[in-house]
Design a protein around this ligand. Structure first.
Ligand code: GUN
Length: 292
């Protein structure tokens, strides 16, 4: 069994990006600039956005954090999005999700200029990704593909089971895995809460990508010996021994599944660090105007 060290790969990629930024500066360009809009004070969102700002520093980017209170109106938020769309000093931006219930996430996403949509959530980017055109690919699926690539995990003709059908992970990663590309060219099944015979389907998989947000869902009896397991789960579970009072648990029963696998991602330190690095990559693409 080989552990897929997302943290180490992410550190290496951040160095690569920083070197690219140095070249841009030497050529007379300014630093890439990512802005993040954070509405309210959700603990998870605060942590994610802080990590994105820190990654910007590590990559040599400029970052701007725009905070708005929980009771901000949809109109006020949309006006901020429009301002960022028109700000030539900002290459790309994200609006951290989830948003308060009184705001339409879809409306916000569709208001973002797709050329600055470094999250890859705008329908133009999702559509382009699904037909294999240049676009911003959303960060978690892009990070998963990068790990498969860097670890030379064979995907061509492989049976790949994706657990979960979210717009952010399940659907896009299924699209990328089936695409005529390397990594890609897999035979993909997307499973969800209504799937029958789930265990039998999983047991046939060469690659399982677990993205359903249920800690420990994938158990040893669902895994074919020699399979590759990508664990996207990051559920906070109470842990009194930690200063924070919680720890992260993945969707895979790691202890019992890991000995069976050829490759597996840990939680934390697997997919998570790659997600942020993919956002940095997209910001670099935006700064170079490579998506238009
Ligand atoms: N909330 C959870 N993951 C993400 C992400 O990748 N981007 C944004 N904007 N919000 C999120």
């Amino acid at each position: 069994m080989e552990l897929i060290d997302g943290k180490a790969v992410a550190t290496a990629i951040k160095k690569e990006i920083d070197a690219e930024v140095e070249k841009m500066l030497a050529a007379g360009h300014r630093r890439p600039h990512l802005a993040a809009v954070l509405v309210g004070h959700d603990g998870g969102s605060e942590t994610y956005v802080a990590a994105k700002v820190k990654a910007c520093e590590e990559c040599g980017f400029t970052s701007t954090l725009i905070r708005m209170e929980e009771d901000v109106t949809e109109e006020e938020l949309l006006a901020t999005v429009e301002r960022l769309n028109n700000d030539n000093e900002v290459d790309g931006f994200i609006v951290q999700l989830p948003l308060p219930r009184h705001i339409s996430e879809q409306r916000v996403i569709e208001t973002i200029d797709y050329r600055k949509d470094v999250d890859g959530f705008h329908p133009v980017n999702v559509g382009r990704m699904s037909i294999g055109l240049p676009c911003f690919v959303s960060a978690t699926p892009a990070g998963i593909m990068e790990l498969l690539s860097r670890y030379n995990i064979p995907t061509r003709g492989a049976r790949c089971v994706v657990l979960g059908r979210s717009n952010i992970v399940g659907k896009p990663v299924a699209m990328l895995m089936m695409q005529k590309a390397n990594p890609g060219d897999a035979t993909v099944s997307v499973c969800h809460s209504a799937t029958r015979d789930l265990k039998d389907i999983c047991r046939q998989a060469d690659i399982i990508i677990a993205a359903l947000g249920q800690p420990g869902f994938v158990t040893a009896d669902m895994v074919k010996p020699g399979a590759t397991i990508i664990d996207v789960g990051t559920t906070r579970v109470p842990d009194a021994t930690r200063k924070s009072g919680f720890r992260l648990r993945g969707d895979v029963d790691f202890e019992n599944v890991a000995p069976l696998c050829s490759f597996i991602t840990p939680v934390p330190g697997g997919v998570g660090p790659m997600t942020i690095v993919s956002l940095m990559r997209n910001t670099l693409l935006a700064a170079r105007h490579e998506i238009y």
